[in-house]
Design a protein. Structure first.
Length: 608
């Protein structure tokens, strides 16, 4: 002991009141774990008070803290304690997540040390907790608590930020130790390519390489190398992965190196893995539409051009250049006013202004152009407009038909007009296709593409608005139901994913028909749905969802009978949106554990 330590020990050891103050008021409780017999742990009152318990409600069971510990963190904490007992220099110092009495997550830093007898045998472990929940929310963990070993802090901080960003998302995630090759994926990562994690085991970085498209590996490696060399902060690559059934799935991989070794090498990298196949299909359809437009444009039998707001030629095709006698570069340096016959210019400009002012969407006139060689050529000009979303003019599409010779043969003009009108309709059709494609891209962000129901983004917004309304107009009630299809994975395994998709579509229709017009139903991921019931007590909501459960049970489904489990929770004053959703999820988990095909609520259940 140092002199300072001896001084404090002499003054504190005989003062229980001061020790209790330090343990439960300055810290978030101290703990002792007996390793001589049972391995039971004792935690002071400060720990339980931090988790929302009152003095009279503190659990007596010495193992009661373990179910409240996040499973991954508990595994790591047990491993740290075991290693410390064999390697005293290895510290017990880990950030651990515990479940608060109200269902929320409490972040604590747990530190400890072994108690040994004179022979060095470990008798137990003792330590303290520090509540980091507020610090975590402000993202100042590194500045406030810095462990003595910087390598520990780097990995804790990276893990902490990673979990904070990905919590509540439904994308695939990955963790990669660049130096050892050790890799971890979540279940969604495997699901994207049609597998479970168990089927992909053992998982290493070679798992990713094995399923990646060979043509995409070079781009991926180049992007990774840029991160490793410090030339890029983030890794972002769109790549193809081979699905279990043989087709290629497009994914967007994003990641970042969060920790580095002491010699400057990349250590831990974390990232997300998102299925973008639907988006790539839409992009391909749009590309084909645009390519068809370009082919029609450049290879058309008439002159065609895109014209700017000041009359400048933006793009011209070969036929227009031949008609006017200019090469492409020469024509692009001019405006249509420069080569329009003076006698026709005012009429042309007046019609163009009517289009700009939205008095008309297109016009068609016969006009004269001045050929580069100096003579006059006659044309039939058709002009249509392309507008931005706000209605302003983006550019004009001009179709120019040479009718110089036809002016002497009026009967042939009719056929030329027919051709021009046909081309105009084709262009309008292509324009409409582009507008429909753009509209589909906008709607996709709010709609689940499989069931047609609102998606998680819509439900999140509805929750925000409903909670604000309840807070503002109290007393009002609000109940959230989380619904999950029972044994859906086995259904998919037996009957295939297409059959599973059909089942989810049919279930979506059942949900829509069962709710009230002012309720909000959404598919929030996989086989999980949510229903937000405004101005509805927990009892009323229970009756509604129980009827829905019974309807699903009694409905005749393809292949086999289907049931659902549901968890309900009524919003309580002071609850955040996240805590509200988590509480309803917990009720759903309780329904699953209770045997499925039932409804569990925070106040009532089907059996009550």
């Amino acid at each position: 002991m140092t002199e300072e330590q001896k001084y404090f020990w002499a003054n504190f050891s005989d003062n229980p009141e001061l020790l209790c103050f330090l343990a439960d008021d300055c810290l978030s409780g101290i703990w002792f774990r007996d390793l001589t017999q049972t391995g039971a742990a004792r935690l002071s009152a400060g720990f339980w008070l931090t988790l929302g318990y009152q003095a009279d409600d503190i659990p007596i069971d010495s193992l009661a803290w373990r179910p409240l510990t996040q499973p991954d963190d508990l595994t790591l904490l047990d491993a740290d304690m075991a290693r410390h007992c064999h390697e005293p220099q290895f510290p017990i110092d880990r950030i651990v997540r515990y479940r608060h009495l109200d269902g929320s997550t409490v972040w604590m830093r747990c530190r400890g040390i072994a108690i040994r007898d004179s022979d060095g045998r470990v008798l137990g472990l003792a330590g303290a907790h520090i509540d980091l929940t507020d610090v975590k929310g402000k993202e100042t963990l590194y500045d406030t608590f810095v462990p003595e070993d910087p390598s520990i802090q780097e990995q804790v901080d990276a893990r902490f930020r990673y979990e904070a960003i990905l919590r509540g998302t439904n994308v695939g995630t990955w963790e990669w130790n660049v130096q050892s090759g050790e890799t971890r994926f979540n279940e969604r990562w495997a699901e994207i390519i049609g597998y479970t994690l168990e089927e992909l085991a053992p998982i290493t970085i070679e798992t990713w390489i094995r399923y990646a498209h060979p043509e995409d590996l070079a781009r991926s490696n180049a992007a990774l190398q840029a991160c490793f060399e410090g030339n890029a902060e983030f890794y972002e690559v769109e790549a193809r992965m081979r699905h279990r059934d043989g087709h290629w799935v497009w994914v967007l991989d994003r990641g970042k190196v969060f920790s580095w070794s002491s010699d400057g090498k990349p250590l831990m990298m974390y990232g997300t893995h998102q299925d973008i196949s639907d988006r790539k299909r839409r992009e391909e359809q749009l590309r084909q539409s645009e390519e068809a437009f370009r082919n029609n444009f450049h290879h058309a039998g008439i002159g065609m051009a895109l014209v700017g707001l000041q009359g400048e030629w933006l793009v011209v095709n070969r036929r227009l250049c031949e008609f006017l006698g200019y090469c492409e570069d020469e024509l692009l340096r001019l405006t249509f006013q420069d080569i329009t016959h003076p006698g026709d210019l005012d009429k042309d400009l007046a019609l163009l202004q009517e289009v700009i002012d939205r008095h008309r969407e297109h016009y068609q006139i016969e006009k004269r152009y001045l050929h580069k060689a100096g003579h006059v050529v006659h044309a039939l000009l058709s002009v249509s407009v392309v507008r931005n979303e706000d209605g302003s003019v983006r550019n004009f599409i001009s179709q120019v038909v040479d009718i110089t010779a036809q002016r002497k043969a009026q009967d042939h003009v009719v056929s030329l007009l027919t051709l021009a009108n046909k081309q105009n309709r084709e262009l309008q059709s292509l324009k409409q296709q582009l507008e429909v494609a753009n509209l589909a891209l906008r709607e996709e962000s709010l709609t689940d593409p499989l069931t047609g129901l609102p998606n998680r983004r819509v439900m999140d917004k509805a929750l925000d608005e409903a909670i604000s309304r309840v807070k503002r107009d109290a007393p009002r009630t609000l109940t959230l139901a989380m619904i999950d299809v029972d044994s859906f994975k086995s259904f998919n395994d037996i009957y295939g994913h297409p059959a599973g998709d059909d089942l989810l579509r049919l279930l979506g229709k059942v949900l829509i028909s069962a709710i009230r017009p002012y309720d909000c139903v959404a598919r929030i991921g996989g086989e999980e749905f949510a229903i937000l019931l405004a101005d509805t007590t927990i009892g009323e909501a229970f009756s509604i969802i129980e009827r829905l459960r019974s309807t699903v049970e009694q409905t005749s489904w393809p292949h086999r009978a289907i049931t659902i489990s549901a968890g309900l929770y009524s919003w309580r004053e002071g609850m955040s949106k996240e805590a509200f959703v988590e509480a309803a999820d917990q009720q759903l988990y309780a329904a699953k554990r209770g045997g499925r095909n039932c409804v569990i609520a925070n106040a009532v259940s089907r059996d009550q």
